[in-house]
Write a protein that binds this ligand. Structure first.
Ligand SMILES: C[S@@+](CC[C@H](N)C(=O)[O-])C[C@H]1O[C@@H](n2cnc3c(N)ncnc32)[C@H](O)[C@@H]1O
Length: 330
């Protein structure tokens, strides 16, 4: 069978639409939305699943939306602009529940609705673009080739404007550039450029300084909501242990709620930001461990904190560290 007519049922973690072949095998189809009826060419068929490519959209489902970006589909940056925002949020909730069930082995995960961004577009406060051959852009989907862009509608307006200027006058220095915005300022620098000013993120009435190359949450409109929600869920107590603390977006709130906080961060530039942010906020109850989580966990065994908070990178907790994590005794 090389072609099939399929009704898309849901969205998978990687972004593809999911349907089933008559023989029960799962089919992953990029750029489809729940409810779509599509004719697909099966480009990769395996014993337990297949991948398809849309040849024709026979019937648009109720979750289909019009992408705002002309580069959508060829640019590797976004995968869901063709999906209605409410359906995106529900898909994220379901994907998380599935992961907790499948990987965590919990039968009935209690996951509430995903908190929506105040804006579906114009929300990203940071991005990385490539400067190459006098052009500026992102990588093409599943490719190392450049997809030149001069606008990016997911960026906050001031960053979108900076991208437009950069594309109009591409810099001599090629490679990866980081664009970041903070309280009233925009920074566009080659990634990790020494001496680049810290961007100051507004988080409620606090400011969190973040250096070039250091992680910052991408949705600039949700920083306060995220930090507040984590703070509320964390409660109060004597000791909190925070792993993967970054520049301290969550650490500062924890330091106000717990007598003592141990914060672990492996990136030394981020550690510098974290220490500076704590000092500026006048918070001295935080012990910063500038080392990898894998290494720090050994020394934290049995410390029985009231709270153990993890915000790891996409790769998650390092393989083999689960036992050491449990031994912390939270
Ligand atoms: C997703 S970010 C979270 C940062 C912070 N919670 C925030 O919201 O800004 C993950 C952080 O973990 C750090 N990191 C990644 N792998 C690490 C490891 N193995 N040990 C320690 N820190 C690590 C990264 O440098 C990054 O700052």
């Amino acid at each position: 069978m090389s072609r099939a007519e399929l009704r898309i049922e849901s969205l998978a973690a990687g972004g593809d639409g999911v349907a089933h072949l008559p023989d029960g095998r799962v089919v992953f189809v990029p750029f489809t939305a729940p409810g779509d009826l599509v004719r697909v060419r099966l480009v990769d068929t395996r014993a337990r699943f297949a991948r398809g490519r849309v040849e024709e959209l026979l019937e648009a489902g109720p979750a289909r939306a019009l992408p705002a970006c002309p580069a959508f589909g060829s640019c590797g940056g976004c995968t869901w602009q063709h999906v209605d925002y409410a359906a995106q949020l529900e898909a994220k909730r379901r994907i998380l529940c599935d992961a907790i069930r499948r990987i965590g082995g919990l039968d009935e995960p209690q996951v509430g609705p995903v908190m929506p961004s105040p804006s579906e577009y114009a929300y990203r406060g940071r991005t990385r673009v490539r400067v190459e051959g006098g052009r500026v852009g992102y990588l093409r989907r599943r490719s190392h080739a450049l997809c030149a862009v001069s606008r990016c509608p997911v960026l906050v307006p001031e960053l979108d404007q900076r991208l437009r200027e950069l594309a109009a006058h591409p810099p001599q220095r090629e490679g990866e550039w980081e664009l970041a915005s903070g309280s009233g300022e925009v920074r566009a620098t080659p990634l990790g450029a020494p001496g680049a000013a810290r961007i100051r993120l507004e988080v409620g009435d606090r400011r969190i300084g973040v250096s070039s190359g250091v992680f910052a949450q991408s949705n600039a409109l949700m920083l306060d909501a995220l930090a507040s929600r984590v703070g509320e869920a964390a409660g109060c107590g004597e000791l909190a242990v925070e792993l993967y603390a970054g520049a301290g977006l969550l650490t500062v709130g924890l330091a106000e709620r717990f007598d003592r906080v141990v914060a672990v961060e492996g990136d030394l530039t981020a550690v510098g930001d974290l220490r500076a942010n704590l000092a500026e906020a006048g918070l001295d109850g935080v012990e910063v461990l500038a080392e990898s989580v894998e290494r720090a966990l050994g020394g934290l065994a049995g410390c029985s904190p009231d709270l153990l908070l993890l915000d790891p990178p996409r790769s998650g907790l390092a393989r083999g560290s689960a036992d050491a994590l449990a031994a912390v005794g939270a």
